[in-house]
Each structure stands twice: as structure tokens, then as C-alpha cells.
Design a protein around this ligand. Structure first.
Ligand code: ATP
Ligand code: MG
Length: 656
């Protein structure tokens, strides 16, 4: 057990800290609202739908069917609204001069900017008029390939204003990955920037787009934002200077009335498990869900400064940088850079500078900063923080405690939010005023979410509170994806075929005696060692808890005696060197932390791990290397640093 364990009571719970007496929900209220959301979704969501402004009100709330072969998901289907009106226009009456977006540039010496709701309105209207001038019509697809600059939010909202469907492609992606997405969704237009400063370097976005467009229809046009003024090449007739155009057009663009079920955006999943899927989200249900989850999970109140450090290229950025906060009239922070530049104190410098009240990030960032030492956090004044969040992967207890102690100072609740690109918003999450937390658990379902644990082989629903199996959801919620773009069959196959009548998440989970949920990792990652089923996350957490270890990834490989052997890739702390002694020490460590059954059979020292651009470990690649079958690594287009892979292959431990 670690030195931090004292914050946790004997029953494993961290109580609700003081300061949340006026939270949106306390425990009895959560229970009561949750009960109603499950027993009477029409009444519950019918009321919550009113958090939006509707051009034409809905009369039907929920119309959903999880039956394989005829899966159909509709919410508020006869309502008419416009997402940009809900994120902008309706706030102008009371908060035109309030900051909507704080922009913090990559370079700390460049000044940050405060964009008011009035300014946001003008920019979005102008950009919407530029889109119209380029022939963009309702239902057309627009790819957005921009860095973390306010123009990314303007572009998303401008699409929403004219009824176009946006698909944001993370600015770290290669020309190939960009071309695939442009082609998959049949985009009419790409919005990009000249170059993008990030971590002191510059990504040549326009040049990447030029390269991508060689593989796309020559009808695709390219709008260019001048971010740095760097020199770029220009194709007359295809490329358009968006800043110049925005000055030419009117600052008013009437919003297009959209059906609640009209798609708002397409977003491709991270590709951790295979070829990315074009996830389609709706206008009405999605917006209701992200507005409500943003308000309750992060206990958002007037005057807060909300910062989610994700990139707009991921769903977390869509829901909790742009749509959720802006629908709620909040101040949202956009950071262009990376956590470790110019030094590993950058996140905390920004929190101090802007008086951030809620800070939300990913375990991968926490682990990376933890490896750099707590002195980088401790020198900043983080007293403005009320709450801190984590999303994207199970957070291992070691990282949780570090985050709690050094960032939250033991007084900020940690909201561990479990969800997926597909789910639109948080599915399992504590509510700060209502849910005592447990390090490593995403705790309880959000309103309207009915999680079930299924027996993996039979698909039978497990009735006991305490159990382990695969996580499925037994009924629809408004933020759920509607289809895979252009492939409703794949949608049904992927999520509704294996366990009939349920939405299958693909994740394994455990429910403890308090009814708390613990994600154990992807189902594909569950190991079966001598007949014992084990989540890789647990073994990884044990390894990371060792002081010498910065990061670990565990996969299975065929083993003659055990069925599956345990193969661990271990990244050491900066000041450690690999040795055989350390290897046997780690083996012993896992034995004592979990049990003899979990002892790794092979440990490979890994200077780096293959990760998606969103920082998730790609275990399927590690599995191939562990299986000594590295010839066919599958789709690696979303890998952030392909160089890492060759090193792992060269130093693989299983050559048999
Ligand atoms: P792909 O679906 O293309 O393989 P992906 O699943 O990584 O990629 P995302 O939608 O970005 O794409 O990630 C969702 C997944 O991330 C979840 O299914 C789960 O495995 C993991 N996850 C997210 N948040 C948490 C969390 N708080 N705790 C545990 N796991 C989480
Ligand atoms: Mg997934």
C-alpha cells in the first residue's frame, strides 16, 4: 500500500469534501433523480430537454429500439432547434460581455485572449456566411483540421449554424489519416491553418492538407486560417483565405432550423482497437446530454472558469470544451500547447493565471507529469480549483493519489468520468456533491444510464451486486451515437450483435459490494491465465505503483502451460536504469500486490509505448509484438510516434 492511502476511509471511500453544500445534487437528490430517469425517461428527459431553446418544441421524447436488425435511436425527434443558437445567441441578452472562451497560446510569452459571447457571435456568424459563400449546404460535411485555437470552435459552431455536419480531425494526424477521413465522410470543404505552434515546434497543417488533398476529389475546397503567418503554398481556385473572407461578409447569418435528429457532427474514434469508426451524433439529444453532464458532473456554477485540457479533435473536446460549456453559458478555456512545454509546470501555471475552478485531464497526462516530480506543481497557487477530473482510461491508484495530493491538495473531489466517443457524454461518473469517490472507480451511472454487467460467454445479465463481467447498457440515453457514418450495418454489428438487446461497450468491468463500477480494461485485453480471468489494468496499476516505474502496459501471449502468459512492457522513471535485479524485484512486487497468478512471465524495458494521438496505449500492437507476430500490425494510422514500435520489436522478449 502506498503512503497516500490515509485519505481513504476504511471502506475505501473518500467522503464528499466540504464546499459542495450547494452542489446541483446531493446524495438523496441524485438517488431520486436517477430513479425517475430510469423509471420514467419520458418525463425526466422531457423536462431536461427544456434546458435548450427550441424553435419548435418536441412532443415526442424517446423513441428507441436496441433490437438487433432494427436498431433505431431517436430523441426529441419532432423538435426543431439550432445548436449555435443554444451555444451563443440565447446568452447574448444576459452575458454578451462575459468571456466565452479564454485562449491560452502555446508560447507563454504570447498574450492570452478573452473572447466574449458577443465576439464569439460575430465570428461564428461571419464564418457561417463564408461557408454559405462557398456553397456549403445543409447536410454537407466539412472537415476541420485546426489546432487548439478559437477558430476551431468558431468553425464547429459555424457549421452548426448553417446545418452542415462537421468532422474534426486532430491536428496531429498525418496527411494520410486526414485524406481517409475526408474521403470517408465525403467532405466538401476542409478548414485548416497555415502552421500550428505546439510545444515550441510548428506543425505544417496547410502543407499536410495539400498532401492529403492529392488523394481526394478535386472539388474539395480548402479554407485557411492564418495562425502564424508562416509561408505556405497556395492553390488558386481551391484555397480561400478565411480571415480575409470573414471581413467581406455580413456579421449576421440567420441560423438554419434543424431537426433534433439531424446529425451535428461525425467524429472518428481513436482507433485503439482497430479501424476508426465514423461516429454520428445528433443535434438535440447530444446537446441536452452534454449540457446536463457538464452542469452536474463538474458542478458548474455561474462565474466558474472551466478547463478541459483535451483536444477538440477528440470527443472530450467536443463535449466539454465546446458544446457542453457553451450551451451552459460558461467560460471555457482552450489551450494550444502541451503539458510539458516550456516546462512540466505549464498546466499549473495556466490554472493559476486564469483562476481555473474545474480542471479536467487524462491519466496519461497525469502519469507523464508525475514522472517529472511534484515540485512542478507545488510551486503554483492552485487555490482557485474546486474540482478535478479525469477521463480516457482507468486511472491507476498511484496516479489518482498523486493528482489528489498535489493538484487537488486533498480538498478537490476527483471526478473519474467513464465514457466513449460513442456515448456523447459521461456515462459513469461521480457527482461531486453526491458521490463519495473511490480511487480508480468511475463510481455510479449518470442520470438515464442503465449499466448492466453481463457474463462474457453467455451474455446472461448478472443479478448480484458484487460481480465481474462485461459492461453493457440496457436502454438508450439522449447522447448516444445514432449510427456509423454511411454504415448502419457496422453500427449494429459492432455494438448490438454480440449481446442482443444491449448496447455493448467493449469494456470489462467489476461491480463492488457498494454497487460501484470499476472498468477493468477492454474486453479484448482480458487475460486468461491458467483459467483465471484478469484485467490488464490491475497488473499495470500494480507495476506503476512501484517507485521505479513510470508507465506499464500488460498483454497476453500464448503460453504452453498457462494458456496465456503475462507480458509486461515497462517504462522506468527518468532516473532509473534497467537491470536484472530490478526485473526480479518487479516480479516479486506484483506477486505481493496482487498474487502469484499475476506475476509477469516476461518484462520488456520500453523507453516508450505505442500510443494513439489521444495518448491511449495501443495494446493490440503490443499484443502482436508479444506474440512474436509483428508482421501484421493492422491499422496504425492513428499512432502518435511510429518509431517507438521498431524499438519494441527489436528488443522483444518472446522470440519463440
Ligand atoms: P476505438 O474505439 O477506435 O478502439 P477508443 O475506444 O480508444 O478507440 P474512445 O472513444 O476515445 O476511443 O475511448 C473510449 C474508451 O476509453 C472506453 O471504451 C474505455 O475503454 C476507455 N475509457 C474512457 N474513460 C475511461 C475511464 N474513466 N475509466 C476507464 N476507461 C475509460
Ligand atoms: Mg472504443
Amino acid at each position: 500500500m502506498t503512503k497516500h492511502e490515509q485519505v481513504v476511509a476504511d471502506n475505501g471511500m473518500c467522503p464528499i469534501p466540504p464546499g459542495f453544500e450547494n452542489a446541483h445534487a446531493d446524495t438523496p437528490k441524485y438517488l431520486e433523480m436517477y430513479r425517475e430517469s430510469i423509471e420514467n425517461p419520458d418525463a425526466f428527459w422531457g423536462r431536461e430537454g427544456l434546458r435548450l431553446d427550441w424553435i419548435k418544441p418536441y412532443s415526442i421524447v424517446k423513441n428507441t429500439d436496441f433490437t438487433f436488425g432494427k436498431v433505431s435511436i431517436k430523441w426529441f425527434e419532432d423538435g426543431v432547434l439550432n445548436a449555435s443558437v443554444n451555444c451563443i445567441d440565447r446568452h447574448l441578452k444576459d452575458r454578451a460581455l462575459q468571456t466565452a472562451i479564454i485562449f491560452e497560446p502555446d508560447d507563454p510569452h504570447e498574450s492570452s485572449r478573452h473572447i466574449t459571447y458577443r465576439e464569439l457571435s460575430e465570428k461564428v456568424n461571419r464564418m457561417a456566411n463564408v461557408l454559405l459563400s462557398q456553397g456549403v449546404m445543409r447536410g454537407d460535411r466539412v472537415v476541420i483540421y485546426l489546432p487548439m485555437i478559437p477558430e476551431a470552435a468558431y468553425a464547429m459552431l459555424a457549421c452548426a449554424r448553417v446545418g452542415a455536419i462537421h468532422s474534426v480531425v486532430f491536428a496531429g494526424f498525418s496527411p494520410d489519416a486526414l485524406a481517409n477521413r475526408i474521403n470517408d465522410c465525403g467532405a466538401k470543404l476542409v478548414i485548416t491553418a497555415d502552421t500550428a505552434p505546439r510545444g515550441g515546434k510548428r506543425t505544417p497543417l496547410k502543407a499536410n492538407t495539400d498532401a492529403a488533398l492529392l488523394h481526394c476529389s478535386d472539388k474539395v475546397r480548402c479554407l485557411v486560417v492564418r495562425r502564424t503567418g508562416d509561408q505556405i503554398s497556395w492553390t488558386e481556385g481551391r484555397d480561400v483565405d478565411i480571415s480575409y473572407m470573414m471581413e467581406q461578409v455580413s456579421p449576421e447569418c440567420p441560423p438554419r432550423p434543424m431537426g433534433a435528429e439531424d446529425p451535428l457532427f461525425i467524429l472518428y474514434t481513436s482507433g485503439s482497437t482497430g479501424k476508426p469508426k465514423g461516429v454520428v451524433h445528433s443535434t438535440g439529444g447530444y446537446l441536452v446530454y452534454v449540457s446536463m453532464t457538464h452542469e452536474y458532473t463538474f458542478d458548474y456554477h455561474e462565474g466558474d472558469v472551466f478547463w478541459c485540457s483535451a483536444d477538440v479533435g477528440w470527443v472530450t473536446g467536443h463535449s466539454y470544451i465546446v458544446y457542453g460549456p457553451l450551451a451552459n453559458g460558461a467560460t471555457t478555456l482552450m489551450f494550444e500547447g502541451v503539458p510539458t512545454w516550456p516546462d512540466p509546470g505549464r498546466f499549473w501555471a495556466i490554472c493559476e493565471k486564469h483562476g481555473v475552478t474545474q480542471f479536467h485531464t487524462a491519466p496519461t497526462a497525469i502519469r507523464a507529469l508525475m514522472a517529472q516530480g511534484a515540485e512542478w506543481v507545488d510551486k503554483y497557487d492552485l487555490s482557485s480549483l474546486k474540482l478535478i477530473g479525469t477521463v480516457g482510461e482507468p486511472i491507476n491508484p498511484e496516479a489518482w493519489h498523486w493528482y489528489n495530493e498535489h493538484v487537488g491538495k486533498g480538498r478537490c473531489p476527483i471526478v473519474d468520468t467513464y465514457w466513449q466517443t460513442e456515448t456523447g457524454g459521461n456515462m459513469l461518473t461521480p457527482l461531486p456533491g453526491a458521490t463519495p469517490t473511490k480511487p480508480g472507480s468511475a463510481t455510479n451511472p449518470f442520470f438515464g444510464v442503465k449499466p448492466v454487467v453481463l457474463e462474457p460467454q453467455t451474455g446472461v445479465r448478472i443479478g448480484e451486486v458484487e460481480c465481474e463481467g462485461v459492461l453493457a447498457i440496457s436502454d438508450s440515453w439522449p447522447g448516444q451515437m445514432r449510427t456509423v457514418w454511411g454504415d448502419h450495418e457496422r453500427f449494429q454489428e459492432t455494438y448490438f450483435s454480440q449481446y442482443r438487446g444491449y448496447y455493448f461497450t467493449g469494456d470489462g468491468c467489476r461491480r463492488d459490494s457498494d454497487g460501484y463500477y470499476w472498468i477493468t480494461g477492454r474486453v479484448d485485453d482480458v487475460l486468461n491465465v491458467s483459467g483465471h480471468r484478469m484485467g490488464t489494468a490491475e497488473i499495470e496499476s500494480a507495476l506503476v505503483a512501484h517507485p521505479a516505474v513510470a508507465e506499464a502496459a500488460v498483454v497476453g501471449y500464448p503460453h504452453d502451460l498457462k494458456g496465456q502468459g503475462i507480458y509486461a512492457y515497462v517504462t522506468l522513471m527518468n532516473d532509473q536504469t534497467p537491470s536484472d535485479e530490478l526485473r526480479s524485484e518487479l516480479e516479486k512486487w506484483v506477486r505481493t500486490e496482487i498474487g502469484p497468478i499475476a506475476k509477469p512471465d516476461l518484462i520488456q524495458w520500453a523507453p516508450g509505448l505505442p500510443k494513439t494521438r489521444s495518448g491511449k496505449i495501443m495494446r493490440r500492437i503490443l499484443r502482436k509484438i508479444a506474440e512474436n507476430d509483428y508482421g501484421a500490425l493492422g491499422d496504425i494510422s492513428t499512432l502518435s510516434d511510429p518509431g517507438v514500435v521498431q524499438d519494441l520489436i527489436d528488443n522483444r522478449m518472446n522470440r519463440g
